[in-house]
Design a protein around this ligand. Structure first.
Ligand code: C5P
Length: 306
């Protein structure tokens, strides 16, 4: 049997996302609170004769499988840093996608983070965890959090992380939309709506207190996402679906740069009843319930040649 490593990578939601000034490098300074939630992509990295190849399951079948894919970029970068010559030791990546694509739940970033962990394991740990974190930050703003998981504050462009004390489990009702949104387009719309420079952003102390206490009602009260208005300006469908959440007295937000919509629900059972109804709404691709926080990338299986 070929050598292979399988990991699972969770998606994330942002419980808080304040956008600050645009920086000279084109990114915006953020103050955000990420939480990893229990919806997973599964990534298998297998030894192959040469080069990098990628196959994606159904949900990802329209995504590029060449160097435009962040998982392929992750494989190239870790090979370079670990001095692995891909002409002699190739890799095949296989990704089973469940995290919505272009939905603001870090699906592509989760695949990249999972690829880093799977290849580091396949090649018998040439790199230390901090080196993986450095590569993750080069790949994208959300990739370091996808490695870390749990609940964390992100500053900088989202990659400067510190863990947050979060008691208990939160239950989320999540609606994914038929069409996604491009993150740069949502930030451009934010800039168009906010022509004057923004103040340096800070995370709400109320939210941090609520998370530490495990006070779910207060967590929902402290929700904030500055990308919500720009995302909804660009996505009429999501704007329409918000009505469902309001009719059910739920505080709703877009996740990250949207258009995925999330709300906290007080029980898994109530969430499931609502998800069934929500799934029948126009523009909704899928509706489901997931818990957070969950750990970051987890090893599922390792097979070594006999
Ligand atoms: O880092 P990532 O590749 O996810 O960013 C995608 C795009 O989103 C960036 O090119 C930029 O346009 C925008 N972005 C931003 N500020 C951030 C994160 C992302 O403007 N903090």
């Amino acid at each position: 049997m070929a050598e292979s490593v399988t990991v699972r990578a969770p998606g994330k939601v942002n419980l808080f996302l304040a956008v600050g000034p645009k920086r000279p490098d084109g990114f915006h300074d953020l103050a955000t609170v990420f939480q990893a939630i229990g919806v997973y992509d599964t990534i298998t990295a297998s030894a192959a004769p040469a080069g990098i190849s990628l196959t994606m399951s159904h949900l990802g079948e329209d995504l590029p499988t060449d160097d435009r894919n962040l998982a392929v970029q992750a494989a190239r970068l870790i090979a370079e840093r670990a001095n692995v010559d891909l002409r002699e030791r190739g890799v095949h990546l296989s990704i089973d996608k469940h995290i919505p694509v272009a939905g603001g739940m870090a699906g592509g970033s989760a695949d990249a983070a999972g690829t880093l962990v799977a290849l580091n394991e396949l090649w018998r740990k040439p790199l230390a965890p901090h080196a993986l974190m450095d590569i993750a930050a080069e790949l994208g703003s959300d990739v370091p959090f996808c490695l870390m998981g749990g609940t964390a504050i992100g500053y900088g462009r989202g990659e400067v992380l510190s863990p947050v004390l979060a008691r208990g489990q939160h239950c989320y009702l999540i609606a994914t939309m038929i069409d996604g949104l491009s993150t740069p387009a949502v930030f451009r719309e934010f800039d168009a709506l906010n022509p004057t420079p923004q103040a340096a952003p800070e995370v709400s102390p109320t939210l941090l207190h609520a998370l530490a206490q495990g006070d779910t009602a207060l967590v929902a009260y402290a929700f904030r996402n500055d990308l919500m208005t720009p995302a909804l300006n660009l996505h009429r469908g999501a704007r329409h679906v918000i009505e469902f959440f309001c009719n059910n007295s739920l505080t709703v937000m877009v996740s990250g740069s949207g258009p995925t919509l999330i709300a906290q629900v007080d029980s898994f059972e109530r969430g499931q009843v609502l998800a069934e109804r929500l799934a029948t709404w126009p523009h909704v691709a899928d509706a489901f319930v997931a818990y957070g926080p969950v750990p970051g990338i987890e090893l599922v299986r390792t097979s070594r040649r006999a």
